[in-house]
Design a binder for this molecule. Structure first.
Ligand SMILES: NC(=O)c1ccc[n+]([C@@H]2O[C@H](COP(=O)([O-])OP(=O)(O)OC[C@H]3O[C@@H](n4cnc5c(N)ncnc54)[C@H](OP(=O)(O)O)[C@@H]3O)[C@@H](O)[C@H]2O)c1
Length: 300
């Protein structure tokens, strides 16, 4: 069926726009720089940081990764962040989640200079998103979903959008982006979570469903309206005795059952994931532009 939203293709378009901006920066003597900080050896974090590093390399962004021991103290990490905050070669700082249990991620994220906070997690950037003020960084995954909707001409004005999940990284900022009184937003947003009643009924009304729960194949065919746009953010590992590794990744949408009924749907993988990286690269270039070209805010 030809109703797939091709996240890889749209991400590639955004990357080519980013490459052009990297070229302009380099012409003015600036190489955009992004630092990754990984604490401990969480296998998924190693994979995610590796993918982002390779994309930096492909686009001409300078990147480096600092790996700290799992038992590193929080005060040491905060000291490292202060150094990067002061380093003019570093335009973006990304602290890879999850952090070890003895660290308080709200303190860690709040220590990153907001103008280098390319993840969009600093309270200043969260506040700017909520207030719809310019000059802040948008968190990469919901910003990537928003771009997917915009670049596939999904009508949002007045649309019923159901966001499943109120996490700080995806659900809450996603709802905030789509409810704003602005072009490419103006949706009527319903945000569902684990205490919501009648989630299926909310979903059946929706023109757009964005699932960011972390519950394998939560959204089933009977929960969607024919023609709805369905976006799957979830990444869940489930056991699969038939596979080589004994497990496989699935999303929050029962893809095979939902696809025939959906107007458009993201594959998983190949939908939201590539967009998250594309938005991180774009945020890094925006950060470098702001810090070096005397630009006051991201307007991409
Ligand atoms: N593709 C990407 O680039 C990308 C990036 C980030 C995250 N993700 C994936 O997106 C998913 C969500 O991530 P997150 O960080 O937002 O997670 P999170 O912070 O743990 O939030 C999960 C949300 O889902 C709700 N929820 C959980 N089970 C539910 C249920 N049975 N019914 C209704 N609501 C339920 C929770 O409700 P309560 O608030 O009531 O607990 C919470 O609001 C995960 O699978 C994650 O791996 C993907």
């Amino acid at each position: 069926m030809d109703n797939l939203i091709d996240g890889r293709r749209i991400a590639a378009t955004i990357h080519s726009e980013t490459v052009a901006r990297v070229g302009q920066l380099k012409d003015s003597g600036v190489t955009p720089g992004l630092v990754f900080i990984r604490v401990g050896e969480d296998p998924a974090s190693r994979v995610y940081v590796g993918m982002k590093e390779r994309k930096c390399h492909d686009l001409g962004i300078h990147s480096s990764t600092l790996v700290l021991e799992n038992d590193t103290s929080q005060s040491h990490l905060l000291g490292v962040l202060e150094e990067y905050n002061q380093d003019p070669r570093v335009h973006g700082i990304l602290v890879q989640a999850p952090l070890p249990r003895h660290m308080d991620e709200t303190v860690v994220y709040a220590t990153v200079n907001p103008s280098k906070d390319v993840d969009g997690f600093h309270p200043v950037n969260v506040g700017k998103l909520m207030l719809h003020q310019p000059g802040g960084f948008l968190p990469c995954t919901p910003a990537g979903v928003h771009e997917l909707l915009i670049r596939t001409d999904c009508p949002l004005e007045g649309a019923e959008v159901v966001v499943l999940g109120r996490g700080n990284i995806v659900g809450k900022p996603m709802a905030s982006m789509l409810m704003q009184k602005s072009k490419n937003a103006n949706a009527t947003v319903t945000l569902c979570h684990s205490r919501s009643r009648n989630i299926a009924e909310h979903c059946r009304r929706a023109d757009v469903i964005i699932a960011a729960l972390g519950v394998p194949e939560f959204v089933t065919e009977d929960m969607i309206k024919p023609g709805a746009v369905v976006i799957d953010v979830g990444v869940n590992r489930i056991s699969d005795p038939g596979s080589k590794t004994g497990s496989r990744l699935v999303g929050d949408i029962d893809f095979h059952a939902v696809q025939p009924k959906a107007g458009a749907i993201t594959p998983n993988p190949g939908g939201v994931g590539p967009m998250t990286i594309a938005m991180l690269m774009r945020n890094t270039v925006i950060a470098a532009e702001q810090q070096t070209l005397d630009i006051t805010g991201p307007d991409a």
